[in-house]
Design a protein around this ligand. Structure first.
Ligand SMILES: Cc1cc2nc3c(=O)[nH]c(=O)nc-3n(C[C@H](O)[C@H](O)[C@H](O)COP(=O)(O)OP(=O)(O)OC[C@H]3O[C@@H](n4cnc5c(N)ncnc54)[C@H](O)[C@@H]3O)c2cc1C
Ligand SMILES: NC(=O)c1ccc[n+]([C@@H]2O[C@H](COP(=O)([O-])OP(=O)(O)OC[C@H]3O[C@@H](n4cnc5c(N)ncnc54)[C@H](O)[C@@H]3O)[C@@H](O)[C@H]2O)c1
Length: 481
């Protein structure tokens, strides 16, 4: 066993780990990066990028099939060639992965070690059976993996996770997607639009991570027009004699059965912290067994151990992994003189069509944070008659904006609708700047644009605000009033 002493060691070579390693190297050369499988990151290899590539192909097919209302007719069949779709997805994906790997190769080879790392004690990690590193400070950035129910194991190679989809050489005929969250909706809709027969199964009635009941109802109606959604179903899964996955389900008192080539597991992800020897260190953990960490410093209860990215069980999003990695890497180097890092306002986008977005405080957080519902004002807009959206036949969806009564401070928003990825950015920037609804309405709006829909929602909130000072006088339950 090779034994090494180091200032800092980073466990996990994904986005957060690379961010931590890069930040650490601005302070010291005595840092190691450990990766158990491949460099290239989940985002580029099997996450953000290949999923968006598949969605881009699906959008092309969908647009081609929906030109007639504009008076534009494509005569003949619209043919999706599954092999060509997957060829482009994989070729472009490999290009993105290549850039990441190029970055990694610029770092000294002896500082990158391949193998699964686990704690032996609070200062020592062992990599497979070949190396032990005794480090002054440690960053955990081991990412997450899909949750797979034990009863699905009997499906053998008919059980898929997102990684498997992006290894396909062509498209299958049918898929049963379990989990109508972000991954299930993005991949399920894309596959359906590419001609794959898709059924999506959920529990509890949720869809795309939406917490606002009005937005959720609209989203269920919109996506229900196109997708076979079973959002609150009891299910039983088995394999039939032909090797097909059979899903027997019961929903709203009605029973049904479908068969599919594969079951795609998309019921959430589990931080990779259950297999890194945490039992050997006395670290405070949350209800999922994940080390607790301060969200501004990423420091755990063991002061010289930091955590970042999906492993931290905070916000499993790419930009968060990147920010957290940088903070953890910096603080691991400057410890004990650690500093709070920049954490930004929440922005989450689901790349479905229409897109879904959550910004700042979600509806559920607003509801839980304000004891008195009168302290919150909600404004909204339906995109049904929104000018530019209608011009483009994108006039579907709903936006709800939350503000604090009395102060008019913008709290957050949820939406399903056109250009949500762009509207979400405007709103997230306004949220981070702690703007009021009045200040947001003072910003320029061009004509005719989809953002005019946002202005309608902001005007709606504004019309409901009481700026007379009554709330700051009479309501001590409104925190900022
Ligand atoms: C299908 C899909 C689509 C997504 N789309 C988006 C999107 O559009 N936008 C967005 O913001 N986010 C998206 N995400 C989420 C985003 O990809 C993740 O939040 C982000 O990649 C997490 O980065 P990370 O560094 O924490 O983890 P990773 O990039 O997974 O890195 C963790 C690394 O640690 C390694 N590792 C694990 N255990 C050990 C160990 N014991 N020792 C050493 N190394 C170990 C792993 O092999 C891995 O390389 C998507 C995710 C998926 C799955
Ligand atoms: N566009 C993006 O930013 C993007 C895209 C993909 C993934 N991600 C990240 O990856 C994370 C994980 O995505 P995900 O879709 O796996 O998780 P998720 O938490 O978004 O959704 C999981 C869904 O599965 C449902 N579910 C739970 N148990 C179930 C069961 N037994 N049967 C059927 N349904 C069940 C849940 O109710 C929920 O609707 C997301 O939270 C997100 O942060 C982001």
């Amino acid at each position: 066993m090779k034994k090494i002493k180091a200032e800092v060691v980073v466990l996990g070579g994904g986005t957060a780990g690379m961010g931590a390693f890069r930040a650490a190297r601005t302070h010291t050369d005595d840092v190691y990066l450990i990766e158990s499988q491949h460099f290239g990151t989940t985002c580029a290899r099997v996450g953000c990028m290949p999923s968006k590539l598949l969605i881009a192909a699906a959008e092309a097919a969908h647009h081609a099939a929906h030109t007639a209302p504009f008076g534009v007719h494509i005569d003949g069949d619209i043919r999706v060639n599954g092999a060509e779709v997957m060829q482009r997805v994989k070729a472009e994906r490999d290009r993105f992965v290549g850039f990441v790997v190029e970055d990694v190769h610029e770092w000294p080879a002896e500082r990158r070690i391949i193998g699964a790392a686990r704690f032996i004690d609070a200062h020592t990690v062992q990599i497979d059976e070949h190396t032990q590193i005794q480090a002054e400070r440690i960053v955990i950035a081991t990412g997450s993996r899909p949750i797979v129910l034990p009863q699905w194991q009997a499906l053998g190679d008919k059980l898929l996770i997102n990684d498997d989809v992006f290894a396909w050489d062509t498209l299958p005929e049918s898929v049963a997607v379990f989990g109508p969250g972000v991954i299930g909706l993005e991949l399920g809709q894309a596959l359906q639009r590419l001609g794959v027969k898709v059924h999506i199964f959920g529990i509890g009635g949720g869809l795309g991570g939406i917490s606002d009941p009005v937005v959720l109802e609209e989203a269920c109606a919109l996506f229900g027009e196109e997708l076979n959604l079973h959002l609150d179903a009891q299910t039983e899964v088995s394999l039939d004699a032909n090797g097909k996955v059979v899903v027997n389900y019961r929903e709203n008192g009605v029973s049904g059965s479908i068969s599919a080539d594969y079951l795609l597991a998309a019921i959430g992800r589990k931080p990779n912290t259950d297999n890194i020897g945490l039992e050997n260190i006395d670290i405070a953990r949350d209800e999922r067994g994940v080390p607790k960490a301060h969200p501004l410093t990423m420091q755990t209860s063991i002061p010289h151990i930091f955590i970042a990215g999906d492993a931290s069980n905070q916000l499993p999003l790419l930009h968060e992994a990147s920010d957290q990695g940088k903070i953890a890497g910096e603080n691991a180097c400057t410890y004990p003189a650690i500093k709070p890092g920049l954490r930004r306002s929440l922005i989450g986008v689901v790349f479905s069509d229409p897109q879904i977005a959550v910004i700042g405080m979600r509806y559920a957080q607003v509801r839980d944070s304000f004891k008195n519902p009168a302290c919150v004002v909600v404004g909204e807009v339906s995109f049904k008659n929104q000018g530019r959206s209608r011009v483009m036949l994108k006039n579907r969806g709903h936006l709800r904006v939350y503000a604090e009564q009395g102060s008019g401070r913008f709290l957050g928003a949820e939406m399903v609708g056109p250009a949500a990825e762009h509207i979400a950015h405007l709103l997230a920037w306004a949220h981070q700047q702690k703007m009021t609804i009045q200040q947001m309405l003072e910003m320029p709006f061009y004509h005719p644009v989809i953002e005019e829909g946002l202005r309608t929602a902001l005007r709606d909130v504004f019309s409901r605000l009481d700026l007379s000072g009554k709330f700051s006088r009479d309501c001590d339950e409104c925190p900022g009033a």
